[in-house]
Design a protein. Structure first.
Length: 418
């Protein structure tokens, strides 16, 4: 089949390359011209998709990247994997809307359109589908197939990749569900059909809200435990020995990526708008997790005060800018507000991250460096924000004057754990 994947980021690129590998003719459409140039040159910016796989698909003629919407014509299946950010607490669905209007021009009877972008329940049937119908003159279900299948990409996960992770599938009617499931059955090991797009949309938000709330719980416990002079990490280790009824979550400097800082708020917004009620769990989790960078900064200030030193003028080395270990994804990373808070206090902030490339939304005052013995020894404090395996932790333990370890990766007399 001719497959169009709209959006060639962390979600769309793995899908597009996998579809090309199983024999579909795939067009990867993205409005980012530089991204398209990289893909056309066989270069990868996504850890889960190697440059070798991209080049193989290009050489086989089963994949090509484009920034021209005209290349989307003639598709049998189109999958939309565009971002869905928040704007002042309100879902920003303009990328979904623009995608629907673009695809509608080329929508033919019998084609299938699938939305993967994370969004609130009702988006597929109340917004995305009607825009496709308006622009094409066709009717969802009767003339073309329409469904929703939430992305479940976990960047850097060596066990659960795109193919191995079960894929939830849905359709606006039985024929649509059959078409959507048939497409993904050819790409992944397992598909999980649900009754309608609303259930599939809610399932995605449920998964991320579950993690968001539990991370907030353990973050708040960690703050209380410190004041109670309790080692929260030992307590978590002990609780994790229970083989049932407990799932391990660990404290950290905050949450990042698209899933946790943003997705649960989509559900909260929908509940408030449709029911006039507050989703208190999400609002509380947002409050706790969003303020973890402030807590990390306070801990660092207290450590300087204990040593009779000031943050102002001090040299601080941040280890990790990505929100998740072993990835280059810095979206909504807690490292960014931590660095901005310290810079505003007058600190000289330097950051090492072997995965995050230049061009991310990083404060221009932040100095990018390599992790070396000289950098560690010159720092008045080192803050481990993201525990990439590539970091030389023995070097940090041996040469750092003081370390605030937000990930419990280090040990030694000069190490303080979050």
């Amino acid at each position: 089949m001719r497959v169009v994947v709209v959006g060639q980021g962390y979600v769309g690129l793995p899908l597009a390359i996998r579809a090309a590998e199983v024999g579909h003719e795939v067009v990867g459409y993205d409005v980012d011209t530089e991204r398209v140039k990289s893909l056309a040159a066989g270069e990868s910016y996504v850890e889960d998709v190697s440059a070798e796989r991209i080049r193989a698909a290009l050489d086989a003629g089963t994949y090509r990247a484009t920034d021209s919407v005209r290349d989307c014509g003639g598709f049998d299946v189109a999958v939309v994997t565009v971002p869905t950010p928040l704007h002042e607490g309100t879902p920003d669905l303009r990328y979904i809307e623009e995608s629907a209007r673009s695809l509608a021009r080329y929508l033919r009877p019998g084609a299938t359109v699938i939305l993967e972008s994370t969004t609130y329940p009702g988006t597929t049937q109340e917004l995305f589908g009607p825009l496709l119908e308006e622009g094409s003159g066709l009717v969802a279900g009767a003339d073309f197939r329409l469904g929703y299948s939430p992305e479940r990409i976990d960047p850097g996960n060596p066990v659960w990749g795109f193919e191995q992770t079960p894929k939830i599938v849905s359709g606006v009617d039985a024929a649509s569900l059959k078409a959507v499931q048939s497409f993904y059955d050819g790409l992944v090991d397992t598909t999980v059909p649900v009754g309608s797009p609303k259930e599939a949309e809610l399932a995605k938000l449920l998964e991320n809200t579950f993690r968001h709330v539990n991370i907030a719980l353990v973050n708040e416990i960690a703050m209380f435990a410190r004041h109670l002079d309790i080692d929260v990490w030992q307590a978590i280790d002990a609780a994790s020995s229970k083989p049932f009824g407990f799932m391990r979550f660990t404290p950290g400097p905050g949450v990042g990526g698209h899933c946790l800082p943003i997705d649960p708020s989509y559900l909260s917004w929908r509940v408030q708008r449709e029911l006039g009620q507050s989703f208190r769990f999400v609002e509380l989790a947002n409050d706790i997790n969003n303020h973890m960078p402030d807590y990390v900064t306070r801990r660092l200030v207290n450590a300087f005060n204990t040593r009779k030193r000031a943050v102002n003028g001090s040299r601080i080395l941040l280890l990790g800018l990505a929100y998740k270990k072993n990835t280059g994804d810095a979206r909504e990373s807690p490292a960014l507000p931590i660095s901005q808070l310290l810079l505003d206090m007058g600190a000289q902030v330097r950051a090492a991250d072997p995965h995050v490339v230049e061009g991310h939304n990083v404060d221009s005052r932040l100095v990018r460096v390599e992790l070396t013995e000289e950098e560690v020894a010159a720092a008045d404090a080192v803050v481990l924000v993201t525990d990439h395996d590539a970091f030389d932790y023995a070097l940090v333990e041996a040469h750092a004057d003081y370390v605030l370890d937000c990930r419990r990766r280090l040990s030694g007399p000069r190490i303080e754990v979050l």
